[in-house]
Design a protein around this ligand. Structure first.
Ligand code: ADP
Ligand code: UVW
Ligand code: MG
Length: 395
């Protein structure tokens, strides 16, 4: 029986799923994640196809300080728990550059292309490439497929693809790529299946995880996204600032900071972590009464709400809001604060539905429907990988 192993290397998590190929398609037989990478409370959990617990353990912060440590913990566990290497491995790769609009079978030429994009996604691209190289070493000959965060946004209109810079920069690849595309693709497919009227309308989706962005979906296609050239722009994140006046970066350069120092500051020390001075993890901030933690939460809510409202302008109106990813799915007080900023648009939450994480959390009289839709990037990756593998009979 053929199997497909799916890896989603995020900034604070390493998510994975093992699928079996049966005559009617792929079926999940194992799922899990190493979460809280770089936080005070990393954890590792995995479950079988029925949700039966295979492992659930807290890790010391020093054990999962970065992606490399997380990968070696997962690698050791898989070594003990997978009977045989999978028939194929599929990956979330954050940056695919300007031309790639679909999943690709990985070969050396593609890897060289993806390595060139490391400076555009230094927090994510190296981690995904490291897993790909490890699989090449440990299981040579096993086909690997790359699925890209940027691919779904290739449908952007030109105004959502350009920066107001001289044209030559666009030709050199300085574009608004957009990220979290696998997640938005999943949201669009869930809308089509369960809420076709919304799917055909104008939806502002908020992927709020350790990395966070918003995306405007019209008829299920991405028309505008808050993330652009790199995964730094847009709304505030766990350790990234979101929108920042480029004059600040010039000021830092003039003060003698070099590019690598500024990179570390912007990817690892800013955002909620920078504002609060304690943590970028939303769970820790919600439980923290300090004025700095409150400021971080207020900043996150205000700028996320502004970005969602701006999507309404890009789409010529707003029929629904969708919250997804770690914060979007689980942090009811954050959803409430964001929606409170959108009350002027007629957004009304039902407090009880919101606290219960119901699928529809807006009240019956809300002018705009508000939904929580758990994302599933791994399923989208599996879907694309399956197509690539079927086309070549899995060998
Ligand atoms: N119950 C919760 N309440 C508030 N925030 C949560 C909760 N569970 C997870 N989160 C937040 O979700 C974030 C992780 O989201 P996730 O989508 O898994 O991130 P990523 O894929 O970017 O690594 C964490 O930073 C954490 O703050
Ligand atoms: C693109 C990005 O920021 O991803 P993540 O949310 O997984 O960090
Ligand atoms: Mg993620």
């Amino acid at each position: 029986m053929e199997t497909l192993f799916v890896v989603n290397a995020g900034s604070s998590s390493l998510k994975f799923r093992l699928f079996e190929r049966r005559s009617d398609g792929l079926h999940v037989c194992l799922r899990g994640q190493l979460s809280g990478i770089g936080s005070a409370e990393p954890a590792f959990e995995a479950a079988d196809h029925e949700g039966g617990e295979l492992v659930r353990r807290a890790l010391a912060p020093a054990q999962a300080h970065d992606a490399a440590q997380a990968q070696s913990i997962l690698g050791e566990w898989l070594h003990d728990h997978l009977g045989a290497p999978p028939s194929a491995v599929a990956h979330r790769v954050v940056h695919g550059g300007p031309d790639i609009g679909e999943a690709r079978l990985i070969d050396e030429a593609l890897l060289a292309q993806l390595e060139q994009l490391v400076p555009l996604a230094p927090l994510h691209q190296p981690a995904a490439l490291a897993v790909i190289r490890t699989v090449q070493r440990m299981a040579p000959g096993v086909p690997q497929i790359a699925c890209f965060d940027t691919a779904f946004h290739r449908s952007h209109p030109p105004v959502a693809d350009r920066f107001a810079l001289p044209r030559r920069f666009y030709a050199e690849g300085v574009r608004r790529y957009g990220f979290h595309g696998l997640s938005y693709e999943y949201i669009a497919s869930q809308l089509r299946t369960h809420w076709p009227a919304l799917a055909a309308g104008r939806v502002a989706a908020a992927h709020l995880g350790a990395g966070a962005s918003v995306c405007g979906l019209v008829d299920g296609r991405s028309v505008s996204s808050s993330m652009g050239f790199s995964a730094l722009d847009g709304i505030p994140m766990a350790t990234r600032p979101g929108q920042l006046d480029p004059g600040v970066v010039l000021w830092m350069l003039d003060r003698g900071m070099n590019a690598r120092e500024i990179e570390a500051l912007l990817y690892k020390q800013s955002g909620l972590a920078g504002l609060s001075g304690t943590s970028g993890d939303m769970r820790e901030l919600i439980g923290n009464d300090s004025a700095d933690a409150r400021l971080a939460l207020d900043y996150f809510a205000l700028y996320t709400a502004q970005a969602l409202a701006a999507l309404g302008t890009a789409m010529g109106g707003l029929d629904a809001l969708v919250f997804t990813a770690g914060i979007g799915e689980h942090a009811a007080p954050v959803r409430a604060s964001i929606c409170a900023h959108l009350a002027w648009l007629g957004v009304r939450l039902d407090a009880a539905r919101n606290v219960a994480h119901a699928s529809r959390i807006s009240s019956d009289d809300s002018a705009i429907e508000v939904r929580v839709i758990p994302t599933n990037e791994e399923e989208v990756i599996a879907r694309h990988a399956h197509e690539v593998l079927e086309a070549r009979a899995w060998t």
